[in-house]
Design a protein around this ligand. Structure first.
Ligand code: PLP
Length: 495
């Protein structure tokens, strides 16, 4: 299996180890596999007999030719089958005859980014050996909250890798912030930005695309790599849980082999839902992909009109990991439906004017697989309340956005296909907003909200969030986004 850049009309190819090591292509495009491996129903039936980690190893094996199946099994075993996921890696919970929640937050940071970031550093570590890399990998991450902590946990104390995380100072919850500022490890650094997530992400992208920076870092013995969901090593493991969900539903008699399901995903950077689209292209019986957004509904508009326009107000919502106006992974979708030439054209237009319009043919191709909806803050709150009071099921705001959108889809279409909704964070990661949706109690802060929500519902607090306020703060730096490069170089020099 070889890879190429979404923007390269000459189709230069790269190996899987190179792609994982490099993160972003030289031309600013994203790496994509040159072709999509196909799974037959018999393969899916075979996967059904395996544990989660073996399912993931099998899926990864289809994309990562530089790795042996034994290496992948070992890494997946270490990532998913140990103490990191006490509640199982990706359990599925039935709510109604048509709605199923795929819980992806039982890992070490209580959010779904763990699904990829517990395995990705192990793949990168092997990629450095496989490509004879002598330099240290410097991972730069811009985070809207959950990625940062998950990356820090994934990469901490891994040999020949250092990691630096930037988060928007006022764009993450205080629990998310505490999770990051209390991080331990001898190869980690954390820094707040005065600005929003897009400022942080643009800052990181600029550093990545600056050749003089690369040279300066190389002289110091470093090269840049990315842990954001633009890295293929982040995306590939996410494909696995859609297959796994299907296998579990088949195993427990919810569906027959070959029966189609719908998938609804709370979407920000478009990584999670794009992984579902790949699963569909690989042969997983998925009918519709429902793209759920919050008030930052640029994707909803795009899927309705074919016009992507980021020139709009930015809203800070209670689902901050979806407060995004440029969904990077959408570029990969455009590549698969429209090809490199058009992708390049659209991306140039996006960077010049902040918008682009796809042609009729591309729009029609998207309509076949995708539907977009959004839930505003009021709908999100009402949905949290509804699922607790009617189903005794506690959900976080991101997951609530998805439930609301799945309901909108079902009401609008009357489609009775069984729908899997990815639940992307523990409700305790956003305890204050969840508590406010359920009661009039006014906690003093997020930490008090954790205990109050626990008392009110009796639902257990996940292990990564217990006693979070008793840990030592290791990082206090907050800077302007224009100073990001300076702080990266200072960090490297300090080591
Ligand atoms: C990152 C994140 C999302 C959005 O996922 P994308 O892959 O960026 O679309 C949704 N919910 C939570 C809790 C997240 O952390």
């Amino acid at each position: 299996m070889e890879f190429q850049s979404t923007r390269d009309v000459n189709k230069k190819t790269y190996s899987s180890a190179q792609v994982i090591k490099q993160g972003l292509a030289d031309d600013g495009g994203l790496f994509v596999p040159c072709n999509i491996p196909q799974l037959a129903m018999t393969d899916i039936e075979e996967l059904s007999m395996r544990k989660y980690y073996r399912r993931t190893a099998k899926i990864l094996n289809r994309f990562l030719n530089d790795y042996t199946i034994e290496e992948l099994k070992d890494d997946c075993h270490d990532a998913y089958d140990g103490e990191s996921f006490p509640g199982g890696a990706a359990p599925i919970v039935k709510l109604t005859d048509s709605l199923y929640s795929l819980e992806l937050w039982h890992g070490p940071t209580a959010a779904f980014k763990d699904m990829a970031l517990q395995i990705m550093p192990r793949l990168l570590s092997r990629a450095l050996d496989k490509t004879n890399e002598k330099k240290t990998a410097l991972i730069l991450v811009a985070t809207s909250g959950d990625t940062g902590k998950a990356a820090l946990e994934g990469y901490r104390d891994i040999d020949k890798i250092k990691i630096m995380v930037f988060y928007p100072e006022h764009g993450v919850s205080s629990v998310q912030k505490l999770q990051m500022t209390t991080q331990c490890g001898n190869n980690v650094n954390v820094c707040g930005i005065n600005g929003n997530f897009d400022d942080a992400q643009n800052g990181v992208k600029q550093i990545f695309s600056d050749k003089t920076v690369a040279k300066a870092l190389a002289d110091k013995g470093y090269f840049l790599s990315s842990a954001n969901s633009i890295n293929w090593g982040r995306l590939a493991p996410q494909i696995a849980y859609y297959f796994s969900a299907y296998c579990d539903m088949y195993n427990n008699g919810t569906i027959k082999l070959g029966e189609k399901i719908n998938v609804c995903v709370p979407t920000g950077n478009f990584g999670n839902i794009f992984a579902a689209y790949i699963a569909k292209m690989m042969g997983l019986p998925i009918k519709k992909l429902i793209c759920a957004s919050n008030s930052n509904n640029v994707l909803t508009d795009f899927l309705h009109t074919g016009i992507y326009n980021r020139n709009r107000d930015f809203h800070m919502t209670m689902s901050p990991s979806m407060d995004i106006l440029i969904s990077s992974n959408l570029e990969r979708l455009l590549y698969f439906v429209a090809g490199s030439e058009k992708t390049l054209e659209y991306m140039n237009s996006l960077s010049k004017s902040g918008k682009y319009k796809i042609d009729e043919e591309t729009k029609a191709a998207l309509d076949k697989s995708f539907k977009g909806y959004f839930a505003d803050e009021k709908m999100t709150t009402e949905t949290i309340h509804k699922y607790w009071t009617e189903y005794n099921y506690l959900i976080d705001p991101h997951t609530a956005v998805a439930f609301s959108c799945a309901e909108q889809y079902i009401t609008e279409t009357g489609d009775t296909t069984k729908t899997v909704i990815t639940s992307t964070a523990s409700p305790y990661k956003f305890a204050k907003d969840v508590l406010a949706a359920l009661s009039d109690e006014k906690p003093e802060n997020d930490i008090a909200a954790l205990d109050m929500l626990n008392k009110l519902t009796g639902v257990e607090i996940p292990y990564p969030l217990r006693n979070i306020d008793k840990r030592q703060i290791n990082f206090k730096n907050v800077i302007d986004s224009k100073d990001m490069l300076k702080s990266v170089l200072a960090y490297v020099d300090k080591q």
